[in-house]
Design a protein around this ligand. Sequence first.
Ligand SMILES: Nc1ncnc2c1ncn2[C@@H]1O[C@H](COP(=O)(O)OP(=O)(O)OP(=O)(O)O)[C@@H](O)[C@H]1O
Ligand SMILES: [Mg+2]
Length: 417
Amino acid sequence: AVLRRRPAVLPAGSPLVQFRHCPGTTLEIRRMKEEVESLRHRCELLEQQQQTQRLIKFYASVKRTPIDIDQVVEKCRDPTYRQDVFCHRELPVILAHMIAMLDQLPGGLVAMKNVGKVRAMLSSAFLAVTECPVPQSEKQGAEFRKVLERVMGELEPVVQTMALAVLELRKLLTMHRQALNDDKATRIKLRSLHDVPDLQYSLDEFYLAFVQFKFLSLQLLQMAGSSSSENAKEPEKGKAEPEEVVGIVDTGIDLLEVVRSARHNAELVCTEHHGDCPDIDIELADADDGRAFVSHLSDHLNYILVELIKNSLRATVDTHMARNSLGMVDCSDMPPVKVRIVTNKSPDTATVIVSDQGGGIPREDMEKIMSYTYTSAPKSAHDGDEEPTLLAGYGYGLPMSRIHARIFGGDIMLHST
Ligand SMILES: Nc1ncnc2c1ncn2[C@@H]1O[C@H](COP(=O)(O)OP(=O)(O)OP(=O)(O)O)[C@@H](O)[C@H]1O
Ligand SMILES: [Mg+2]
């Protein structure tokens, strides 16, 4: 159009660049230049992404170091141990394994929008850690820990976002199933979330890796803020062993204290929900001196116990629901939830048995109980469309508790009689 308005009288063989004197053409060239620049930028980004993928692939091929709580404590007690260098090597390996696990999630879970979000968070964390120089000096160590702190904050929503991804898939499968069930002509039997092969295993492995990542990072950050010798405490009067906190590991956790604190937390939740709470009896079965100590993370133990006690309280209230004259839930006549600590006089292991008379678990549901999102809550959070802020009511209590128990070789077993 520009050329038509101002026909150019060009001597034969004039270069095209002569058009630049025409204001319209100058604009066109500038736009083209910008386009080329943006394409170049996109190519660079693509190249970077491919490079990151290659790096992730490499790190994912490196074997992960098994984590043993006693070994971690022993190493952290050694002042010459370079925990930061170990983390600099191990943490990207864990992140790369987690990304590889995401890419292989079964049953269509890999395609869920929220899995993409988690993948982006992990890739960005991976880059941040690998781009950090190996911490060989005090300054580099501090820089690495700063990066780690930021990364930990950015990865905070991982568990919740993965939970949303599982819900996304669950909704999709349910919608298809319902639509096709209504259609008598098709008669296709579609599977539900609980029938997806290997889903439970894949999610267990993913969360286990994530909890390990968090443990190593927090252990490093905590150790940097305190020396183990400063934390060693003299044994309290009447206590059989000294308490010593090494990083975030408490080598002398008094189980009775942890159970009492978990009882308090679970009672609060139940009372807030029902206005009342059944009794919770605690018994230490076989310790001579009335104390049982374990080496663990207090937060993990508290998490597991609160989840188990909460479940027992809910089962008890639901089964024995009775209301007083004012129509309020009255728990006074309900059978108590019992928490029994058994050490079998072993210095290394202890068992905590949480039992209730809340009607038990139907035999046909026993297999599903540990599945992510399985819940018998009458109005479960899955029904709502709004995004949850907590995992409560999503059927994550038991499977996540088992992950926290398994990270250091423990486990959770269910019995229903
Ligand atoms: N002590 C128990 N007695 C009877 N049923 C139980 C007991 N503990 C768990 N269950 C069953 O297992 C299901 C799954 O438990 P889980 O703790 O994983 O999820 P939730 O309690 O439903 O929700 P969340 O713990 O995420 O708030 C429960 O909904 C319940 O049906
Ligand atoms: Mg629960």
